[in-house]
Design a protein around this ligand. Structure first.
Ligand SMILES: [Zn+2]
Length: 92
């Protein structure tokens, strides 16, 4: 019994950590991509990715499907483009 519960908690923990496209779409946040090889970066519209991958697709896994448009590397990292972690935007 204890073991089953533990397993369930682990699954919930993972789910909480993986932000999905649908989550950031609700917040109006786009996806920030970063090439680990050359440092090229870009912001991609969440709506565009969601049309292709679906709202349940985890944002950190999008990088595995991307290729750098600058150097062609597939070593691309992705994360939600939260305003607090980069460009400072303000909505009054
Ligand atoms: Zn690159």
């Amino acid at each position: 019994m204890g073991r089953m519960k533990r397993h369930q908690l682990d699954a919930e923990e993972r789910q909480r950590q993986a932000t999905c496209l649908g989550d950031i779409a609700d917040s109006g946040v786009d996806v920030f991509c970063w090439c680990n090889r050359c440092g090229h970066n870009a912001v991609i519209e969440t709506a565009r990715l969601m049309a292709e991958l679906g709202p349940g697709f985890p944002v950190p896994e999008i990088g595995a499907k991307m290729r750098c448009s600058s150097c062609g590397s597939k070593d691309v990292a992705t994360r939600p483009s939260w305003p607090s972690l980069g460009q400072v935007t303000r909505h009054d």
